[in-house]
Design a protein around this ligand. Structure first.
Ligand code: PSU
Ligand code: MN
Length: 306
């Protein structure tokens, strides 16, 4: 394990004993949800991982040190500081570590931390992907490249329809990243259970997911796997309504000249306002659902390898 990473004792012990561990990201905490919902949700995700028999390891950079297993007071600090915390994707590590600063890791950043720590399952809400108009702007999240380079399974509710979902799936295919539906043959669209796009692989449950992961990695393939877990039906929003909010918010973002790494947090924040908190409630629900599923999958994987 790299000395650039500090692994909390509870997490290190679980990894050493092949007990299940689930990585969690810190960008959704600092940038994806407003205070204090962000803190409450982060705590609830950790509790959901524990309830599923796994050890949670929230990953982030604390005072210039990459940490797997952030402490409660560090989560509080990131939640309170919110968008003032630097958003750390793959490109940002060197700068933030060398400066001794704090950083909230995105899906890409968290994948790097999970790989170094030896954690194979990671729960988040939605991954970044190809933005709408991405064929012109080339705004394609580094999450996709990181999925190609780090052998970690990411449990997410797909990617939100603020993105160009067909192109996101095309890029994942090119990069050799399997996208596997959990209990569905459709690619979920975050706030809704289906994007209408068909997947080529699906599994029925955590045991099947673990068997697929093991078979993928036994070949020495170094890519991650995207496990697509649809939002629970009772929490799903209506597709036309979500689409209307997104169209409006993306128009506003263009008019305001929002670009680069600010796009995703800005759009998410506006959606929460515009929907009167409904996207926030849906987001919380799918985050907890993914944390619970990831704990089950990490447990099944540990059992396969016992
Ligand atoms: N999707 C969400 N909530 C989030 C994010 C994505 O529903 O908070 C965050 C994740 O951390 C993801 C990042 O890795 O946004 C992607 O940002 P970008 O598009 O700038 O790569
Ligand atoms: Mn981007």
């Amino acid at each position: 394990m790299s000395s650039a990473l500090y692994v909390a004792p509870e997490v290190a012990a679980a990894i050493a004993e092949n007990r299940p561990v689930v990585a969690l990201e810190s960008t959704v905490l600092a940038h994806g949800l407003p205070f204090p919902d962000n803190l409450e949700t982060a705590r609830a995700m950790e509790a959901a991982v524990r309830a599923g028999g796994a050890v949670p390891a929230t990953i982030g950079i604390v005072k210039g040190r990459l940490v797997a297993g952030m402490e409660a007071r560090e989560l509080e600090l990131f939640a309170e500081e919110g968008a003032a915390t630097r958003k750390v994707s793959t490109r940002d590590f060197g700068a933030v570590l060398a400066a001794g600063g704090d950083g909230a890791t995105t899906v890409a950043g968290t994948l790097v931390g999970a790989r170094i720590a030896g954690i194979r399952v990671f729960a988040t809400g939605g991954i970044g992907g190809v933005h709408r108009d991405g064929e012109a702007t080339l705004d394609i999240s580094a999450d996709l490249d990181a999925l190609a380079r780090n052998p970690v399974a990411v449990v997410s509710a797909g990617a939100k329809s603020i993105l160009d979902l067909p192109r996101t799936l095309e890029v994942l295919e090119s990069l050799g990243v399997p996208v596997v539906g959990i209990g569905t043959e459709d690619f979920p669209a975050f706030f809704t259970r289906s994007s209408g796009l068909k997947l080529v692989s699906s599994v029925a449950d955590a045991r099947q997911a673990a068997a697929l992961l093991r078979a993928h990695w036994e070949l020495g393939l170094e890519s991650g796997v995207l496990l697509a877990n649809p939002i629970p039906a009772e929490a799903a929003l209506s597709e036309p309504e979500v689409e209307a909010w997104i169209a409006r918010v993306l128009g506003e973002a263009r008019a305001e000249g929002i670009h680069g790494k600010a796009v995703t947090p800005w759009v998410l924040g506006r959606l929460h306002d515009l929907s009167g908190g409904r996207t926030l409630a849906a987001n919380r629900s799918l985050l907890l659902h993914n944390a619970a599923a990831a704990a089950e999958i990490a447990s099944a994987l540990a059992q396969l390898e016992a």
